[in-house]
Unconditional design. Structure first.
Lengths: 358, 289
């Protein structure tokens, strides 16, 4: 009873005071409760894919948003996870539950190597150079079709679970755990260091931060998360094809990340949860089937013209204000700050852009 | 085989140079990483196809109209889409990706996904050092050389070129010196897309035209630009020749080379970047102001 009351108090004081936290809670509950309420296999299928891509997008954000290493070749890690997991479970006959971790581990290694190669590169050079890595991998895969399956890829994998609902729960729970883990990492002291590296690497070094070590670490962690997503993807679709290494996937994750708002972790996840089902839903109409990607691109373009910092920062600024004194966030309806009691000024047009969180 | 390598490398290098120099120019002047650059190349090829095959205009006329139309379109896109979000680097990036996807889908929708062939603008060929070179490929080479000379003349011998170079060098100071940097950026966009469009028109009869033809040259072009040094025109030219030859050598001399040509070219780029992170002719990193 005490615990229950304690939990309710925590919930009321920490979660319900901020609309954004309430939204996140509602989203988590909805995700977990949905199959019970509405277990349509088609919806389950789309949401499973959404969850897998959400991990992928969040891992990109840790690397590109927080650390500023805008990776154009994130598909490499996804593909590394996919192919490793697929090859190991098919050729060695291991259980998918084990090979998923192997996929993440190999992706971790790839992330380390790419990070090491790119340590000296910065800005656009880094973006354009990283674009090359998945294509090199793709060329090598195509050159050895006996091993990799060439254009067709590797098919005939086992699923993690049998029913669509069980598969959905595997993906959804992995996604929640992975995304919250990434968010915790980004919100910790490490996250502040990463912000520092993005904003001014020289200053970060001058402050005694071993920037190469942090960059390598972030590359490896982001890669491992992406590889994990890739391995889930392989075992869900039961096929590991070259499409997991293509430029299109790398661009897709960039679009998700920037559309949702970089350096937030939840932004790209929200973007995937909006854009992926949207494109699938549009694709289900026969008239729209061919225009699906076109509508997708136009939507992204229009949203960016009106909210250049991405969707979630824009929404967050609408429903929350920042206390001018203690920098804590408050619901937009409050007159005084919930923590320090300072008066919250009515929003000055344009000022939010200058002082709001980055 | 050696002659094949020499000729193919030179022709591909010329096309890549047209693309890479335009991309470099846009990046140098406006700091835009224009992913849609090769999409304009694809658009020009389609436009040329439509004018030539569907309406039956002459080669020269349809080529000129195609280049002009695509250039106009690029300026329009720049004003409507890129300029409003120019302060946000990430938004510019994704806006150009979205533009490229829109063009791809529009072409897919209106022309279908199958390959379209365009009849050769010039028939016949010439024998040179024991290799027969079709006139069409010679034309690519000549046009590339002419365009590159033209760009060189424009940039280094005219007042406009001076303004473009000044803006590329230091945008703020150029602005203080009374140059209209927005207009200079727009002109740079127009020039660079015009180069890409010319490339699209001249290669259309040699390669096949399809809505996804922008992806492969995009990657190669980015590799070239990074190899030569971002924003460096000389670097782009030399990088284009290097990559053109490397690809030709891989295709002709290595088994399964057609699959590996991209990988080898990109591998070389990575190796160069490891030794010289700023590319062959790039300036060393300076702190952003």
């Amino acid at each position: 009873m005490y615990l229950l009351r304690r939990g309710w108090a925590e919930l009321r004081n920490e979660v319900f005071v901020l609309p954004s936290r309430t939204l996140v809670l509602a989203w988590v509950i909805a995700l977990l409760a949905l199959p019970v309420v509405y277990g349509d296999p088609y919806v389950m299928r789309i949401l499973t894919m959404t969850c897998i891509f959400a991990i992928f997008a969040a891992s990109w954000d840790l690397l590109a948003g927080y650390t500023g290493q805008v990776n154009f070749g994130h598909a490499l890690f996804f593909g590394a996870g996919t192919y490793t997991s697929a090859l190991m479970s098919l050729k060695l006959g291991l259980s998918p539950w084990a090979t998923i971790w192997a996929g993440a581990a190999v992706a971790f290694f790839f992330g380390f190597v790419v990070g090491y190669l790119c340590l000296r590169l910065r800005g656009s050079y880094l973006s354009l150079a990283t674009l090359a890595f998945p294509l090199i991998a793709l060329g090598i895969l195509f050159a050895f079709p006996d091993f990799s399956g060439g254009e067709l890829g590797i098919s005939g994998l086992r699923r993690l679970a049998v029913t669509p609902t069980a598969n959905y729960y595997v993906a959804a729970i992995s996604m929640l755990v992975a995304v919250f883990a990434l968010w915790l990492l980004a919100d910790s002291k490490v996250g502040i260091v990463l912000h520092a590296i993005r904003d001014d690497e020289v200053a970060a070094r001058a402050s005694g931060i071993n920037t190469p070590r942090y960059k390598l670490m972030v590359f490896a962690i982001a890669a491992a998360a992406a590889g994990f997503a890739g391995a889930l993807f392989a075992h869900y679709l039961r096929v590991a094809g070259p499409s997991t290494l293509e430029v299109a996937l790398s661009f897709q994750v960039v679009i998700w990340g920037i559309f949702g708002g970089v350096a937030t972790v939840y932004g790209p996840v929200a973007a995937v949860f909006i854009l992926y089902p949207l494109t699938e839903w549009l694709g289900s109409f026969r008239a729209f089937g061919e225009l699906r990607l076109l509508i997708f691109a136009v939507v992204v373009l229009l949203v960016l013209l009106f909210m250049p910092r991405g969707l979630t920062p824009w929404v967050r600024d609408k429903i929350e204000t920042q206390c001018p004194r203690c920098k804590q966030r408050n619901g937009v309806w409050r007159k005084i700050c919930r923590l320090c009691g300072a008066a919250l000024q009515p929003e000055v047009p344009g000022a939010q852009r200058l002082v709001g969180h980055q | 085989m050696l002659q094949d390598i020499l000729v193919t490398g030179l022709v591909n290098g010329g096309v890549y140079a047209l693309l890479a120099i335009g991309f470099s120019l846009i990046f140098g002047v406006a700091r835009i990483v224009n992913i849609a650059h090769t999409a304009f190349y694809m658009l020009a090829a389609y436009c040329f196809y439509a004018l030539l095959v569907k309406t039956g205009l002459g080669f020269l006329l349809s080529g000129v109209i195609a280049v002009g139309a695509v250039t106009l379109l690029s300026v329009l896109c720049y004003r409507l889409v890129i300029e409003p979000v120019r302060e946000h680097e990430a938004a510019v990036l994704i806006a150009t990706i979205a533009l490229a996807l829109i063009f791809q889908e529009l072409m897919l929708f209106s022309f279908g996904g199958h390959y379209l062939g365009i009849p050769s603008t010039l028939e016949g060929g010439v024998r040179f050092l024991g290799v027969s070179i079709p006139y069409q490929r010679m034309l690519i080479l000549v046009v590339a050389a002419a365009m590159l000379t033209g760009v060189w003349f424009l940039l280094y011998r005219t007042r406009l070129g001076l303004a473009i170079r000044a803006t590329a060098n230091d945008l703020e100071v150029a602005n203080l010196m009374g140059m209209n940097v927005n207009r200079v950026a727009m002109i740079a966009v127009a020039i660079s897309v015009a180069l890409a469009a010319v490339a699209g028109v001249v290669v259309a009869p040699v390669f096949v035209v399809d809505p996804f033809m922008w992806l492969a040259p995009l990657v190669t072009m980015l590799a070239i630009v990074v190899l030569g040094g971002l924003g460096s025109l000389k670097g782009s030219l030399i990088g284009a020749l290097i990559i053109g030859y490397v690809e030709a050598i891989t295709v002709f001399a290595v088994p399964a080379g057609a699959y590996l040509k991209g990988a080898v070219a990109l591998g070389i780029m990575v190796v160069v970047l490891l030794a010289r992170p700023e590319g062959l002719f790039g300036v060393a990193f300076e702190e952003e102001r």
